[in-house]
Design a protein around this ligand. Structure first.
Ligand SMILES: [Zn+2]
Length: 471
């Protein structure tokens, strides 16, 4: 591993382990993406020098200016896809599309929605605008909990832009923007596209956190500005609270897994640091980021986001168009998440006029369904758990998972570190009543206390798992 990092001229961020053996050992599991090379770091750095102010300005544009920008991107993207990408040629052709047909968002929203299964019906060369470039393209592969693996190809420009939008988000979480010699600390199974930009904006990636990992000591050694992590690690991070504060970390950023606002607020208070959540997907990249006022603002120079088939509560399917991946276009792409737009949103207190989400519910295959196949919003189920089992007064519940076993049957797995704040039978009865009212008919609630939750292959934690019914 050391050779791998020193054989090239790039800065060896991962070597900065402070001579802490457990840290060194863990970093050996970190996977270095092939984008993390000298040439691309150069290009990213130049782009950042040239455009970081313009990228910041975008966030202060008016709604009209943002829409104008997005519509012109969309027109170009769709025409390019229809002209050069066999999948879209056939799919849009069958829907009667012709070049130049889009002159408004409502024209665009007439186009059929695509998903992994449809895209997978074409091989890779049928999904890109230049098959000759396929071997050189960057790939990101997603397993998905039910379907076939799906590979997204992108060119270097897309990778660079995504990375710089991430840096811009990091800046927005800090009191003063990142300085070139600042460290970022990534406590996450997957790292950023670049470990640094020629030694500037360095990231240390720790791919896992174990109960005895000397995280506090390492934070004191590196003194990073931000800690980026999975929400599952927050309870362990809490054990390093003192060092975390002393090291000068200004904020914690969470992503990849569903966590509730209540949960994040609890840890934010306990750690005395703000926590900002990020909503992203493997396929699209960063979709929306939380501001200091709790709103998820869509990254509108990267994504055009629609909520379709919203129910009476405003929850609907997230359909995303990646505005920057021209190579393998993802246009009106449904990757199975459910979210709700902020009602009557004009300008957020943070100053953003971007489209805002007030709730993101994670993967649809994690959402429960009634026997009539109606979706029960994950946020409502998680709120029930929050209210009944995870009340702020009760710190005894270390972790939980709800599994829908059948149309009427839900199993609750819990791991308690202390006795619950009231009799378990009473808690279960309350939860059963709440679930029954969400489903609209009586639910059978099973309960099992476990030492550890069974591992799930895609993420370390899934709070809601559905083992019954179609996707
Ligand atoms: Zn805001």
């Amino acid at each position: 591993m050391a050779d791998f990092y020193t054989s090239e001229k790039i800065y060896g961020s991962q070597l900065e382990n402070g001579n802490l053996m457990p840290i060194k050992k863990l970093t050996e599991q970190a996977f270095r993406p092939r984008t993390d090379n000298y040439k691309l770091q150069s290009e990213a750095l130049q782009f950042w020098f040239k455009n970081s102010e313009l990228m910041d300005d975008f966030l202060r544009k008016s709604k009209v200016e943002i829409q104008k920008f997005q519509l012109s991107k969309i027109k170009k993207l769709v025409d390019n896809a229809y002209t050069k990408v066999p999948f879209y040629r056939e799919f849009y052709g069958a829907a009667g599309y012709e070049v130049g047909n889009i002159s408004s968002f409502s024209d665009f929203e007439q186009l059929p929605i695509v998903n992994k299964v449809l895209l997978n019906s074409f091989d890779a060369s049928g999904r890109v605008d230049d098959p000759a470039f396929l071997e050189l393209a960057n790939t990101s592969r997603t397993s998905g909990s039910s379907g076939k693996p799906f590979t997204v190809y992108s060119d270097n420009d897309d990778i660079i832009l995504d990375h710089l939008q991430v840096l811009r988000f990091y800046n927005s979480c800090l009191k003063t923007p990142l300085q070139e010699n600042d460290w970022l600390y990534m406590l996450h199974h997957s790292g950023l596209a670049f470990s640094s930009l020629h030694g500037k904006y360095r990231t240390f990636q720790l791919p896992d956190l174990l109960p005895h990992t000397p995280l506090g000591e390492h934070l004191l050694f590196l003194r990073p500005k931000l800690l980026i992590t999975l929400p599952s690690y927050l309870p362990l991070i809490l054990q390093h609270k003192v060092e975390l504060k002393m090291s000068g970390v200004e904020a914690i950023l969470t992503n990849s897994e569903t966590s509730t606002q209540l949960e994040r607020s609890y840890y934010s208070k306990a750690l005395d640091l703000p926590i900002f959540d990020e909503y992203s997907s493997e396929e699209i990249g960063m979709i929306a980021t939380q501001c200091a006022y709790g709103q998820y603002h869509v990254v509108e120079d990267g994504v055009y986001l629609e909520i379709v088939d919203a129910d009476e509560h405003g929850f609907g399917t997230v359909v995303c168009t990646d505005l920057n991946n021209e190579f393998m276009p993802l246009i009106r792409f449904d990757h199975g998440d459910i979210a709700r737009k902020t009602a009557n949103h004009k300008r957020c207190e943070c100053g953003s006029v971007c489209t805002s989400l007030d709730e993101v519910n994670g993967r649809r295959d994690d959402a429960f369904r009634t026997r009539e196949q109606r979706l029960v919003p994950s946020a409502s189920i998680l709120a029930a758990v929050d209210d009944i089992l995870v009340t702020p007064a009760d710190k005894a519940l270390a972790t939980f998972r709800l599994i829908q076993k059948g149309p009427e049957t839900i199993e609750l797995l819990t791991h308690y570190v202390n006795a619950p704040y009231k009799a378990m039978a009473e808690l279960l009865q309350q939860l059963k009543e709440r679930l029954s009212s969400l489903f609209g008919y009586p639910i059978i609630l099973l309960h099992r206390e476990v030492d550890v939750l069974p591992e799930h292959k895609s993420y370390k934690r899934k709070s809601l798992v559905r083992e019954w019914g179609a996707n």
